[in-house]
Design a protein around this ligand. Structure first.
Ligand code: ADP
Ligand code: ASP
Ligand code: MG
Length: 401
């Protein structure tokens, strides 16, 4: 059996944790299995690298950021191989170059295109544990790239797919996927199972426990994931294909405080305006999320949308350079709060119940968007924690239904 095990930053934060991970992997190896380990940078090392870079240059070139980032993961894999050697087990560390993990060329947000498995297979045949850097890749210019923050999960799933692994386990600092971030909602409950679609929505809407592209890949290639803790042996959460897994209409609540609202006031009420606006933003690679257009009055209308906080000022500048409008209002003090659940497709009144929870908590809703399996509201950022708890309580997510 071939097993891919991924360990996040907190799981390899110090010597004791590194040995803990080494021992867990060796346990699997001693069962006679092939073991491929994917690691993140130690603790908050990636954040520290960002601080270091910004100290040198407020606006560092993206290529050089990726060059810098790669050392974090490289440090973890080398130290892990040393720990395993010390425990008498043959192990080898490999970075993205050595494996040949080909990505697109976008620095800081590259996508994996192809992984060569030959080197990994050779090392496994020699009965070594193979320890691979998460998060990084190599583009067509032979430069290092990274997959976006939290991207080591995606490396692990991509490797599991490419190697046709029998198991892909994501080890982290919580026991699994919860009904809400357990750091924000104390009554959050661990889910035994969650579907790919629900997990994809949760991850995209701010549940940082899994990188959303890892879930996308897992669904595409049918890689069943287990999310579990590296600090205990509790059973984790299984992420897999399926319909409504539990008798719950709503599976979880997620929040994303990295949201900004851009209101474009008084654009012309005529054909082509939305195209012009969003086309200009698309050309600048700015991702748009919720969109709201007001009813036209006296020849003008307003278009409001959300994007990431980092893109908001650029978005406003691009719009004012490209089209006529009366004014543009940027608000970065907003957050998105969402409920997700495959069960809501067939249940009326789910959105109303969420809005009631917010009404009870006296929290104003600024924008709303929905899909088949989610409802998202935009609220003032300062209310995020209260909103999460109010909604979680309203749907009684802390109790098994
Ligand atoms: P790692 O370094 O192991 O990749 P992350 O910090 O990326 O760990 O992800 C784990 C964190 O995700 C948890 O500590 C938790 O605060 C957060 N989180 C957010 N939403 C959820 C959720 N629904 N279930 C579990 N954890 C969540
Ligand atoms: N070290 C990277 C980050 O902190 C990747 C990861 O942890 O998944 O974002
Ligand atoms: Mg992570």
């Amino acid at each position: 059996m071939l097993v891919v095990k991924k360990f996040g930053g907190t799981s390899v934060a110090n010597k004791e944790r590194i040995y803990n991970v080494a021992n867990r992997c060796i346990e699997e190896y001693k069962k006679g299995n092939d073991v491929v380990v994917v690691l993140s940078a130690m603790g908050k090392y990636t954040d520290e690298l960002i601080t270091m870079a910004k100290d040198i240059n407020e606006n560092p070139p993206k290529r050089e950021m990726d060059m810098l980032f790669t050392i974090g993961e490289q440090m973890s894999v080398a130290l892990m191989a040393m720990a395993m050697a010390n425990l008498g087990v043959p192990a080898i560390s490999l970075n993205a170059f050595q494996v040949a993990m080909h990505t697109t060329s976008v620095y800081g947000n590259a996508r994996l295109k192809r992984i060569d498995c030959e080197r990994i297979r050779n090392e496994l045949e020699q009965h070594k544990i193979v320890i691979i850097t998460g998060f990084q890749g190599v583009n067509k210019y032979d430069d290092y790239t990274t997959l976006g923050r939290g991207g080591s999960d995606t490396t692990a799933v991509a490797l599991a797919a490419a190697l046709h692994a029998d198991k892909c386990e994501i080890y982290t600092d919580v026991d699994g996927v919860y009904t809400a971030d357990p750091r924000i909602v104390k009554t959050a409950r661990k889910l035994d199972q969650v579907t790919y679609d629900e997990m994809l929505e949760l991850a995209t809407l701010g549940a940082g426990v899994l990188h959303n592209r890892s879930v996308e890949l897992a669904k595409k290639y049918g890689v069943q994931l287990v999310v579990r803790s590296s600090l205990n042996t509790n059973e984790g959460t299984v992420v897999k294909e399926g319909h409504k897994m539990e008798k719950m209409i709503v599976s979880g609540v997620a929040c994303d405080t990295d949201a900004a609202r851009v209101a474009v006031i008084g654009v012309k009420d005529e054909p082509g305006v939305a195209f012009k606006l969003f086309n200009a933003l698309a050309k600048a690679n700015i991702n748009i999320d919720m969109i709201l257009q007001s009813v036209g009055r006296e020849g003008t209308k307003d278009i409001t949308f959300t994007c990431s906080t980092a893109d908001a000022d650029d978005a406003a500048r691009i719009i004012s350079d490209n089209m006529e409008c009366q004014s543009i209002d940027v608000n970065k003090e907003v957050a998105k709060v969402s409920i997700v659940g495959a069960g809501m497709q067939t249940n009326a009144g789910v959105a109303a119940k969420m809005f009631e929870a917010l009404y009870d908590a006296n929290i104003n809703i600024r924008m709303i968007s929905t899909s088949e399996i989610r409802v998202t509201v935009l609220i003032n950022e300062k209310n995020t924690e209260r909103a999460m708890n109010a909604i979680h309580d309203k749907f009684d997510l802390g109790n098994v239904s």
